[in-house]
Design a protein around this ligand. Structure first.
Ligand code: GRF
Length: 199
């Protein structure tokens, strides 16, 4: 059974579907630890209810970026983590953790990368761009995490049609639903060998 870690900052809906998919046996995996840089993240409350180890690394605990980077690696090592899942984690993963866990850290992004990626491109900022540019389709992307925001290898994408009456809000709702399906499906494909991660 694969051991997963999930990193979150906010509401944690992607984290919830991943935990639930493990519980239901859809994923042959176990979420061993949830790490957040926000001690009041709702995701931590949910993970705790599920008896999953939680670690809060907000500024009251950890000040220096390099310390957070090392600490994250230590936690992943401690739990023997096979795969690290960023799910709305709003801080860049440090280079120490990236090099130690290279090609084993995944992220989900609410656009069809390489469109609308990079620093500052998150949440509504992405969906507003889609509307402003009159795009006919958008979607979600699961990709590997490297040292550059949203630039790691694309592993899987899901497409969402944009209708003429759509707003950034209505698109965000549909893309989030697509994300939930896509993230679980991608993790499943990796576990079952249908998507092979580079070594
Ligand atoms: C999602 O839209 C994800 O693509 C992005 O952050 C958001 C997190 O949402 N990286 P949630 O916390 O999983 O509900």
């Amino acid at each position: 059974m694969k051991k997963l870690a999930v990193l979150v900052s906010g509401r944690g809906s992607n984290m919830r579907v991943i935990i639930d998919a493990c519980e239901k046996g859809i994923l042959n995996a176990l979420v061993k630890v949830v790490i957040s840089n926000n001690s009041v993240s709702k995701a931590l409350t949910y993970a705790k209810q599920k008896n999953i180890a939680i670690v809060s690394l907000d500024s009251s605990v950890c000040h220096k970026y390099a310390d957070i980077d090392k600490k994250i690696s230590e936690i992943l090592d401690l739990h023997n983590i096979d795969m690290v899942l960023l799910a709305g984690y709003m801080t860049k993963i440090g280079s120490y953790t990236i090099s130690k866990y290279r090609n084993r850290i995944l992220n989900i992004h609410p656009s069809l990368l390489p469109k609308y990626g990079g620093k500052g491109m998150y949440g509504m900022n992405v969906h507003k761009e889609v509307i402003e540019n009159g795009d006919k389709e958008t979607g979600a992307t699961v990709h590997l995490v490297n040292e550059h925001y949203d630039e790691g290898q694309i592993l899987n994408q899901s497409f969402v049609a944009v209708k003429s009456e759509d707003t950034a809000e209505s698109i965000s709702t549909r893309v989030l639903k697509a994300e939930h399906i896509l993230y679980v499906e991608t993790i499943k494909k990796i576990i079952e060998g249908d998507i092979v991660l580079p070594q």
